[in-house]
Design a protein around this ligand. Structure first.
Ligand code: HEM
Length: 253
């Protein structure tokens, strides 16, 4: 195939309405020109990062809208917007797997060009780390009557699967999908540069495990643990077997 002809076609000419509206000329110029790539995988590496940055931009803007909708107590609208955020999060994790089609050697060649850049410098990621605190404050104001209602009441003693519960579950889903991204990203790191490697900032990649323990909405995880203790308290710390005659495997351990 005639590579230069096709590569020129891929750029388009920026004149058609579709190209003008979507600003394809600028968009398609955001990646290195083919002859400037260190290897063919570098194009994929750039595009995956750029797309993920765009998903994070969409998520952050949607979270601003969610905050407004929660303040107006438009619960259905807020839940629809949460679904949008969750889908973006799922795509972000799925799309990392594209980079697992890159060989370790191809990545080492690309890595030589990255300076001491780190994903922790991602503007999208930084803003997403900052927003949950304010979202929680809004949730408490609006759905927990400024703190007069407890999370325990929403989940257990006053549980009715109401608006406060649905929004709380949407927040928990956000938290969980954030962790899934971090987990999938960690596997990608192992696959690309190995388990005991250092980042380009000279830090062991294992420090990312700290973030993997972080909960955006700790109250929503704590309430489950408290319920397990409370409900578990009715049958004791360790339960008796349902069938006393059944042999417990652990007796043979
Ligand atoms: C081969 C592919 C990749 C490798 C080897 C890799 C490697 C790394 C390493 C070593 C770090 C820790 C940096 C430090 O010490 O500051 C890091 C952080 C990070 N990377 Fe990647 N990365 C890859 C792809 C991606 C992609 C596609 C994204 C998309 C957004 C991404 C987003 C991030 C983020 C957000 C962090 C900060 C994570 C946190 O603080 O929990 N990375 N990456």
């Amino acid at each position: 195939m005639d590579r230069p002809t096709y590569q020129s076609m891929m750029r388009g000419n920026g004149q058609l309405d579709y190209e003008i509206y979507l600003n394809t000329e600028q968009l398609l110029a955001c990646q290195k020109e083919p002859d400037a790539l260190c290897n063919p995988d570098e194009l994929q590496f750039m595009i995956v990062h750029q797309i993920e940055e765009l998903w994070m931009k969409l998520m952050a803007n949607t979270l601003l809208d969610i905050d407004d909708e929660m303040r107006a107590r438009n619960t259905f609208k807020a839940l629809t917007l949460f679904r949008r955020v969750h889908i973006c999060q799922e795509m972000m994790s799925q799309q990392l797997s594209l980079l697992e089609t890159m060989s370790p050697k191809d990545y080492q060649e690309i890595r030589l060009l990255l300076g001491n850049g780190s994903g922790q410098e991602s503007p999208g990621f930084r803003v997403l780390l900052k927003m949950p605190k304010e979202l929680w404050a809004t949730y408490v104001d609006v759905y927990l009557d400024g703190g007069k209602r407890s999370v325990e009441h929403v989940y257990d003693s006053g549980y009715t699967h109401d608006d406060a519960y649905m929004i709380a579950e949407a927040l928990a889903e956000f938290d969980e999908l954030f962790q899934k991204f971090r987990h999938t990203h960690m596997q990608l790191i192992y696959r690309s540069i190995g388990v005991a490697a250092n980042s380009l900032k000279g830090r062991p990649v294992e420090i990312l495990r700290e973030g993997m323990k972080q909960k955006m909405f700790p109250e929503l995880w704590q309430v489950r643990a408290e319920m397990t203790d409370r409900w578990g308290g009715t049958y004791g710390h360790k339960r008796d077997k349902l069938s006393p005659s059944e042999t417990d495997d652990s007796d043979h351990a």
